[in-house]
Design a protein around this ligand. Sequence first.
Ligand code: PMP
Length: 287
Amino acid sequence: MTRTVYVNGEYLPEDQAKVSIFDRAFLMSDGVYEVTSVLDGKLIDFGGHLKRLARSLSELEIRNPLSDDEWLAIHRALVAKNAITDGLVYLQVTRGAPGDRDFAWPDPETCPPTVVLFTQNKPGLADSPAAKVGMKVISIEDIRWGRRDIKTVQLLYPSMGKMMAKKAGCDDAWLVEDGAVTEGTSNNAYIVRGNQIITRQLSNDILHGITRAAVLRFAREAQMEVVERPFTIAEAQAADEAFITSASAFVMPVVEIDGAVLGGGQPGPITARLREIYLDEMRKAAI
Ligand code: PMP
């Protein structure tokens, strides 16, 4: 089936969708994005993603081109047109396509933002075998820019990190700055010690994960103790459990960090419980 995508107000077959070669995201990574999961045909935590989109755009002084209702309508239309039961909706907003390449930003009055959305079909997204097996991660230096709180399409280093992990026979990389873990290449990172869930505090050093906010709320409600502070790789290697969160992976166990095996190589009970609570609650609240 040819996918139907959305580009600047139009629903088109994917092979007819076009964006200018002068688009600032193509030339300068001057754009932001969001990824919302779809389970049972419904959007997971959509309100959170819209809020972060608005913040990313505002930090970059890009006008939010659509209202919340319009964003929702397009998401729902794409889910319906592409018959997505489980999968995701990707959205991207860029500073637009001025006629020339120039470091200075174009006048927003004459250069409207570019808006692109598409779906990815992922049957059984919530039943990923990786959730039962757990992930292996390596650590690499975090050499990204200093505004990781803005969800830009500037993803080259995270992508390189993912490849370094693959070459090492692992699934992902955790990024380390000044001796402490910031986050994963495309997810937030956590360790578990006893009843404590430890994850780095929010700042410009990490993306403020929408899944992170929900999982920490559920953890507190389940009487777990949440501690927001940096942790080292050595501390993670000695932890009872470790996991990551993201909108498309939900809560995913980590069972090996730089070759050190956690919990006998099996996903831990607290991680499994958080995953279950997260999926249950978010399915109930999906729209
Ligand atoms: N950190 C980074 C660097 C990410 O790319 C992502 C996923 N986009 C996350 C954290 C997790 O954020 P979310 O839970 O909103 O998907």
